[in-house]
Write a protein that binds this ligand. Sequence first.
Ligand code: AP5
Ligand code: MG
Length: 198
Amino acid sequence: MFNLILFGPPGSGKGTQSEKLIAKYYLKHLSTGDLLRSEIARKTPLGIEAKKFMDKGQLVPDEVVIGMISYALDDNPDANGFLFDGFPRTAMQAQALDKLLELKNTSINVMLALAVTEEELVKRLVKRGETSGRTDDNNGHVIRTRILEYNKKTSPVAEYYKKANKVVMVKGEGTVDEIFSELTREIDARMKKIKTSS
Ligand code: AP5
Ligand code: MG
């Protein structure tokens, strides 16, 4: 199995690059943002509760997202590996993920962290807000709250994986293809190492 975390602030391109990466490496894409939006669309109790936080740009409580990921891992027993997008976002989520993967005799191979300036993030999200229909994209205050939440609660998650030497910073500005090619270079190098050592 090969498991990777695509990390980065709101608007850094996690979703865009995930689509391309799962097509190339046949990984199962687990985006907690997408899972939550699907719960909202189906008007489930979980979705109704989560919407209150998401509309304000705040993180949804840990137990809700950890439960969703735990279910999704069990629901995909034959996966080649997982691409985590937008998860983990807090230290507690990172610890929970390690435990869940350990139960499956696997672990995170690498965290690829997209670096994008705040100015560019806001520009991208405001632009997407014109057409996306995402309620958290069409309000400057909500976009700022999302970035603040990231800086305060999520960015320290990278430190957790740095201790295990698993973090690679990748420039998240440039064309989608340029960034994709940098990400695949990092992944290929790690996959090759696993093959030669097994
Ligand atoms: P989530 O859905 O994860 O959103 P996000 O992290 O705020 O980030 P986005 O999905 O907006 O951006 P992205 O990095 O995927 O970039 P994208 O490829 O779309 O979370 C939403 C909410 O759900 C959270 O606020 C929270 O409430 C809740 N939530 C989710 N997970 C949670 C968790 N684990 N714990 C607690 N709460 C959670 O690109 C953005 C835009 O830029 C697009 O328009 C794209 O076309 C454009 N773009 C992409 N690449 C480029 C490029 N290279 N150049 C120019 N434009 C580009
Ligand atoms: Mg996304």
